[in-house]
Design a protein around this ligand. Structure first.
Ligand SMILES: Nc1ncnc2c1ncn2[C@@H]1O[C@H](COP(=O)(O)OP(=O)(O)OP(=O)(O)O)[C@@H](O)[C@H]1O
Length: 636
């Protein structure tokens, strides 16, 4: 016969040595439930036999060698609830918790294997039908023992309880005043993993504690499936906090800080299940998947904890909420007892073997139980007096600080309120003003951008026209020879600048034969009034008006151009220079990137019409020049 398991290790006995005992293995007790009525009806066989108080023998149904497993204690189907309570040594764990240790009892096994029954007894058979005391589970028995025990202690003990469940990877407070809502798990150096905002309730009597238990049990999620009519669908953790402090020294529970001291935690794990066997569908199947996943994470952590090398490094406790909350019990400073529950039926054998292997591994995991440090020694009398004085001074200063603000401003209550209102009003006004300015700035920016864009396009067109104009000039340039006569003298002045406004004869410079705009004609002051009558020059059409950079009218322009010297044609030179250099005209300077609050509309606005005028003039010139080029034979 093959034998597995480990030698027993009673944590309580080892820990008698002192507050920080040696490495202690997790204690494992195995409970085999009796065959259920349904299993008996189906004629299923039992494959588990207890040989001795610590060994379980598994006889596979199809023959083959028996397999034996050894645990701290093995209890068969005939064992009573009281037998289980005694065999588990829960009283010893309670004693350790009273001495400040953190102790955990948890049940695990396949669904329907008797975990909840072992911990809390069977569910009530009906409304108002109490469960017989003989069927009370480990928890109720421990409560009775503990409440009795604390009454006989010399020092006063304060007791608190919390109760939560992990349902579909969410933590729900089973003692919450309102409907349970998901709570976060946090971690800090002193507390390790803990549940934030968990309600911790103080209790002073067994009755009060039993009520808390019933409240939690009634709120816990359970459903019916093929293998269990009342299957728990969540992992449930009930924790008792035992503290020797007086109520005055206790931190208020509302702060979320738990009382320092011992802890006794009962964990009822949801059962692992094969959804095919339980026939779970829909929500039941989701629950089953979540349960199996978290149990897998737990098994993984246990396997890693077995390896002493790995134990020093990283154990993935963060993989699930369950492993986070059991981290201390499994690999930390807690004292842990596991109760493995199994069904004897041959139908459940694969699941049973898995539980047995799980339990065998778990009992090789060790923890290093550690009690919290004893409270500091009492302070000497003079230090205590000093401390009291300092505390009083602190209170006094605080109260002064509270009254400080109105006093500092020297305002009475009503005036202070008025000033506050006024300030508030001003602040609102500033905010509105600020908002208005923001909008205005935005508008200005967009119109500046618009003008900027327009200016850029016009400047581009001007450059292009200038380029074309220059090339036209080149084409029409005469070769070396005598200067041709000025065409202006041969045509009657009336015709000049008559519609079409450009005089074909005034378009060429008489000296260099560069095409000229009508405004560049030296005789324009004579022609234009005749065309536009008595209109002021400002009312002339845009194309007839000289651009801002046009040279002033020459007073001697009425003279025959033949008599003019070269210097009289400076305007032609100015224009040619402007054209060939292709620079931006002074009337259309690039927009400055100046302060945003300067009005870009005004700056850009002046530049754009100038450019437009210049552009128009150039267009006219080119048009005329081309027409002229077509209608006249090229000069020799
Ligand atoms: N030792 C026992 N003696 C008599 N009946 C038992 C025993 N153990 C379990 N039962 C019965 O077996 C059924 C299943 O038990 P229980 O609900 O405790 O299983 P469970 O392991 O908690 O299942 P689940 O994981 O689905 O919640 C219940 O009807 C319970 O009363």
């Amino acid at each position: 016969m093959e034998e597995r398991g480990s030698p027993d290790g009673d944590p309580a006995r080892n820990l008698e040595q002192g507050p920080e005992g040696p490495e202690t293995p997790i204690q494992v007790v195995l409970r085999v439930r009796p065959m259920s009525a349904a299993e008996l009806r189906r004629g299923e066989q039992s494959v588990l036999h207890c040989s001795g108080t610590r060994t379980l023998q598994v006889s596979p149904p199809g023959g083959g060698p028996d397999v034996a497993f050894r645990f701290g204690a093995v209890l068969d189907g005939a064992s009573t609830q009281d037998d289980v309570f005694r065999a588990c040594g829960v009283r010893r764990l309670g004693e350790l918790a009273l001495r400040g240790f953190s102790c955990t009892v948890f049940t695990f096994g396949q669904t329907g294997s008797g975990k909840t029954y072992t911990l809390t007894g069977p569910p009530p058979q009906g409304e108002g039908v109490p469960v017989p005391p003989s069927l009370a589970g480990i928890m109720q028995r421990t409560f009775t023992w503990l409440l009795d025990r604390v009454q006989h202690l010399d020092v006063p003990v304060t007791l608190h309880a919390s109760y939560l469940e992990i349902y579909n990877e969410q933590i729900r407070d089973l003692l919450s005043l309102g409907a349970p809502r998901p709570l976060p798990v946090r971690w800090n150096k002193t507390r390790g993993f803990y549940v934030e905002q968990l309600r911790v309730v103080e209790f002073g009597s067994l009755g009060a504690l039993m009520e808390l238990l019933q409240m939690g049990l009634s709120r816990r999620r359970s459903s019916a499936h093929t293998l269990n009519q009342a299957s728990s669908r969540s992992h449930a953790l009930l924790t008792l906090y035992i503290s020797h402090q007086t109520p005055q020294q206790m931190p208020p529970v509302d702060t979320g800080e738990l009382p320092a001291g011992g802890k006794l935690c009962f964990v009822d794990l949801a059962g692992s299940e094969k959804v095919v066997a339980t026939g779970s569908r829909g929500e039941l199947m989701l629950e089953a998947n979540s349960i199996n996943r978290s149990l897998l994470a737990l098994g993984h952590c246990i396997s890693l904890l077995l390896d002493p090398q790995r134990k020093q490094s990283h154990i993935p406790f963060r993989d699930s909420k369950l492993t986070k909350l059991l981290a201390d019990s499994l690999g930390g400073h807690g004292v842990t007892l596991m109760v493995a529950c199994v069904s004897p039926s041959a139908q459940c054998l694969p699941e049973t073997l898995s539980t047995l292997r799980y339990a065998s591994r778990a009992q090789r995991v060790t923890t290093r139980p550690q009690a919290p440090r004893p409270p500091k020694a009492k302070l000497p009398q003079h230090l205590e007096t000093e401390l009291l004085q300092l505390q009083e001074e602190n209170l006094h200063l605080r109260s002064q600080l509270g009254q400080m603000d109105p006093k500092a401003s020297g305002l009475s209550g009503a005036r202070a309120a008025w000033a506050q209102r006024n300030l508030y009003g001003m602040l609102q006004e500033f905010m509105l003003e600020n908002e208005r300015l923001r909008k205005e700035k935005k508008q200005l920016q967009s119109s500046r951008d618009l003008a900027h864009g327009e200016q850029r396009i016009l400047a581009q067109q001007v450059r292009e026209l200038e380029r074309r104009l220059l090339s036209a000039c080149y084409l029409q340039q005469p070769g070396p020879g005598p200067t041709p006569p000025c065409p202006c003298v041969m045509v009657p002045p009336l015709l000049c600048h008559a519609p079409p406004l450009l005089c074909p004869r005034c378009q060429l410079c008489p000296l260099c034969r560069a095409p000229l705009a009508h405004w560049a004609c030296p005789r324009r002051e004579l022609h234009l009034p005749q065309v536009f009558g008595s209109k002021a020059p400002g009312d002339w059409p845009l194309s007839a008006r000289p651009p801002p950079w046009a040279p002033p009218c020459c007073p001697s322009s009425a003279k025959c151009s033949r008599e003019r010297s070269r210097s009289e044609w400076t305007q032609t030179q100015v224009l040619a220079e402007m054209l060939t250099k292709e620079k931006v005209m002074p009337s259309a300077p690039p927009l400055p990137a100046g302060p945003v609050n300067a009005s870009p509309v005004l700056r850009g606005g002046a530049a754009v019409p100038n450019l437009a005028r210049r552009l128009e003039a150039l267009r006219d010139q080119i048009g005329t020049s081309l027409r002229r080029g077509r209608s006249q034979p090229p000069p020799r």
